[in-house]
Ligand binder design. Sequence first.
Ligand SMILES: [Zn+2]
Length: 328
Amino acid sequence: MLRALFCGIISIFILFVFSSFHNSYGPSAIKLRTIVIDPGHSPCDPGTHGLTSAEKDVTLDISLKLGEAIKAHFPNTKVVYTRTTDACVNNATNLHDDLHGRAQIANQAKGDLFISIHCNATPHPPGGYYEKRVIGHKKKLVYVGKGAKKHKKWINAPIYESYWVKNTRVGTETYIWKASKQENKNDAINEREESGEDVTDSAAVAEEAFDLSSPEGRMRAVLYEKKYFDNSALFATMVEESFAAAGRQSYGVKQRDKGIQVLQATGMPSVLIETGFLTNKEEEEYLNSDKGQNEVVQNIIDALERYKNQVEGGTSTSGSAQPDTTGK
Ligand SMILES: [Zn+2]
């Protein structure tokens, strides 16, 4: 009896602590005055490539279309691009300056939302590749041993066959900066890093480009956790829900702290959208087509509409506002 009472008090206490912690966060009310669109990669780091296209070009096409669509749908919202041509950001001559330029442009524009557009890749060659498999065994006479002990022996040798493996992986995922203190609260957000894209050489440069251990870096991290994480997670969730509703394979919202430092360096809610896999032949064609690009843009606009309604204090929208990865 006493024990039950004690447990009860403890659980009320835990509930209280949890709810007061919970209340101190949550999406903040903001006005979407300026949206910064960041076409991922550039000649400074072309990104991944498919059979016929490079990521830097596809991201630029989609980004320019997204900017036009935002201007059409939300005439009071200003659109700022980090680049509008096939050139390094701010005509940088190296990746470090290119990445810094993106954060700088976003911060100078005092953006209210930063949307970085990317394309994904599997670690395998675009289109497909050959692999070998064992299809049986045959008796084979071999020599074993050395010198005087050398003798013949029958072994069971495998018979190999090469076969074509199509690069089938398709789908979208949206990344947000991994805020350390939010791990428990937002454990619904997937933290796996399944795709290898961006976690390559350029990730190391990106890491150096933004010194996260500097006083400014630590300040940004605290600010991000307090002010921008929840809005980033909210918008990212809506983007992925929008892709899923349109019939795309959605891998949900993921947190990452490697290769996407630019998200943390922008003082605003920020997301990185992987719009699909260039390593899949059909998805590459889709992402290069007007139809595909317009659909991706429309999916993001639908999410923006919901996000804008919610954060600007308009009518509450339907659907979940919590990060969710059930679309996996
Ligand atoms: Zn990329």
